[in-house]
Unconditional design. Structure first.
Length: 231
């Protein structure tokens, strides 16, 4: 059975109504990423950052997973440990679509972390500076469990191990702007994997892939999964 690593980005959740970052109406055209997605931005104005993620959390809860999330869950059920599903997305739409083991390399909006003791736990509803960490009991250090610019993404060792060992690397709905995720295609290719990009349009790293499937994820991903499952 072939070993596959799949990396997803904001494009897979776009048709669920969750905005992307760098498209025409993307989040980074409305917000300054240095203000809302860096530890320095959080230190300068925690209320602004918590408010930004409170709104994102509410949007995420209201969104529905789509046919692309469901198709990848179907593939995971078939391939089991031979598929590593890595997402840059902080939403839980892969899980709601039926996926069970998802690597959230940029964290999760439905989790919190403590700036003082690094404890991480599940979180529902709005977050404020008055919240207390259940582990160290300190108040004022609770933040969304999100990987901001300048912070180390989660589970990098597991991801790089899988990239070294896969037959096929597939990037879905990501623009290839943010590292280290943007470098995964080069890692996988160097290790001998076939590299496939599935996106609305060619990404910034399109030239590093062997081939592309272009179109909306809700159409292209289920069709591609059907092809893989048909052998
Ligand atoms: C569709 C579609 C449809 C639309 N169907 N497709 C200089 C050089 C190299 C690196 C650096 C550098 N300076 C700084 C860095 C490092 C920095 C970085 O990469 N900066 C860049 C801006 C250059 N990276 C970091 O700081 C990271 N940490 C790090 O590097 O640690 C050190 C390290 C060293 C060595 C090894 C490992 C680590 C941390 C990055 C954290 C990113 N955080 C964010 C925000 C937090 C989460 C949140 O608020 O939601 O994560 S940024 C934002 O971008 C978010 C996303 O996960 C991430 C990627 O975006 P994505 O998913 O690609 O979305 P878009 O909008 O860009 O693209 C959408 C795509 O979908 C498009 O292509 C559309 O066409 C497509 N699409 N509709 C199919 N219907």
């Amino acid at each position: 059975m072939q070993r596959i690593v799949i990396l997803t980005g904001a494009g897979i959740s776009a048709e669920s109504g969750l905005g992307t970052f760098r498209d025409k109406d993307g989040l980074w055209t409305k917000y300054d990423l240095a203000e809302v997605a860096t530890p320095e931005g959080y230190a300068a104005d925690p209320d602004k950052v918590l408010g930004f993620y409170n709104a994102r959390r509410a949007n995420c809860v209201a969104a529905q997973h789509n046919a692309a999330h469901e198709a990848l869950a179907r593939l995971q059920q078939h391939l089991g440990a031979n598929l590593l599903l890595v997402t840059q997305n902080i939403d839980d739409l892969h899980e709601r679509g039926g996926a069970e083991d998802v690597v959230h390399m940029h964290g999760e909006i439905l989790r919190a972390s403590c700036s003082f003791c690094a404890y991480r736990w599940s979180w529902q509803g709005d977050m404020s500076r008055r919240d207390t960490c259940p582990a160290c009991r300190e108040t004022g250090g609770v933040r969304p469990d999100i990987v901001w610019f300048g912070e180390m993404p989660y589970q990098m060792e597991r991801i790089y191990d899988a990239l070294q060992d896969c037959d096929l690397f597939v990037a879905i709905g990501t623009s290839g702007n943010v590292y280290p995720a943007a470098g995964f295609v080069a890692e996988a290719r160097q290790a001998g994997a076939e590299c496939l990009e599935i996106n609305l349009e060619p990404s910034d790293t399109a030239g590093s892939f062997h081939r592309q499937i272009l179109g909306p994820a809700t159409e292209t991903v289920p069709a591609w999964v059907d092809q893989v499952l048909a052998g």
